[in-house]
Design a binder for this molecule. Structure first.
Ligand code: GUN
Length: 282
């Protein structure tokens, strides 16, 4: 049976350490989240982010816009936040409504307040193999989880399924920068199973239940980024846990695996931006 990669436990350790660290600072870091519309999943994510920010003792504000807000209004708000000295970190919750160009909105964020690491400045650094100011939260959380369990990446065959800018693309680059041999798969990939069967580390970020135990290499490490509700309202991931946990050596559960690590990384990134702004380098 596979060992469970417990993201909740590691998140709690990280947040406890951050709480202790933030207790030392008279002025606390401030994270501002921009949420457009009322997508229930986004509302849950944003609410969790706010709760965790409060738990570690930082300031957190959510700016909620109606779904029909104009792109210009969002750009104006981002500019205001870029110039607001009290704000350390800005996050625009994705996805945005179809009439808004997410690339334009993200590009408006100052790279020094870009807590997701999604701006062209930070993304291009990552894709050049250089150091961005901060790393995207979900891939960073996954690498922290692997490190916690002593799982080496170097020289391994890592297969990433899904090419989103939030997870798949930055994940592949970060694994590559850690000297993995990386294969990217997506909805047009042929013979997915032939490829997954050769994966030492499999990261699935699709949002559909596509991975079964028989698609895995023996003793592989399986990271499930997907999270959605099935027809019975039960939270599910991309990976069929029962069959996969019999083949894999390590597996991340849903819920309780990658999700908590994304939030832990968001808190770490916020504190890093705060320290950079304030010239704190301990
Ligand atoms: N939507 C789902 N995950 C994320 C994330 O990590 N950052 C942002 N900005 N939006 C998301």
């Amino acid at each position: 049976m596979a060992i469970i990669l417990d993201g909740k436990n590691l998140r709690d350790k990280i947040l406890d350490n951050l709480s202790l660290e933030l207790a030392k600072y008279a002025i606390k870091p401030k994270l501002v989240v921009i949420l457009v519309g009322n997508d229930p999943a986004s509302q849950v994510y944003v609410n969790n982010k706010r709760k965790m920010a409060v738990r570690v003792g930082m300031h957190s504000e959510v700016v909620n816009y109606q779904a029909d807000v104009s792109e210009d209004e969002l750009l104006d708000k981002i500019n205001e936040l870029n110039n607001d000295i009290s704000v350390d970190a800005i996050l625009v919750q994705l996805p945005l409504p179809a009439h808004i160009n997410p690339n334009r909105v993200i590009a408006e964020i100052s790279p020094f307040k870009d807590v997701d690491g999604f701006t062209p400045y930070n993304f291009s650094k990552l894709f050049c193999g250089a150091q961005p100011i901060v790393y995207p939260c979900t891939p960073r959380g996954i690498l922290l989880l692997l490190r916690e369990y002593g799982i080496e990446v170097e020289g391994k065959h890592a297969v990433v399924i899904g090419r989103s800018s939030i997870v798949g693309r930055p994940m592949a680059q970060m694994l590559l920068n850690k000297n993995a041999t990386v294969t990217m798969c997506h909805s047009y990939t042929k013979n997915l199973e032939q490829i997954t069967k050769t994966a030492d580390i499999l990261v699935s970020a699709v949002g559909k239940n596509i991975i079964k135990g028989e698609m895995l290499k023996n003793n592989s490490v399986v990271i499930d980024v997907g999270i959605f509700k099935d027809e019975y309202g039960k939270l599910r991931g991309d990976v069929d846990f029962d069959s996969s946990s019999k083949i894999a050596s390590y597996i991340s559960p849903v819920p309780g695996g990658v999700g908590p690590m994304t939030i832990a990384s968001l808190m770490l990134n916020t504190v890093e931006l705060y320290k950079l702004k304030n010239g704190i380098n301990d």
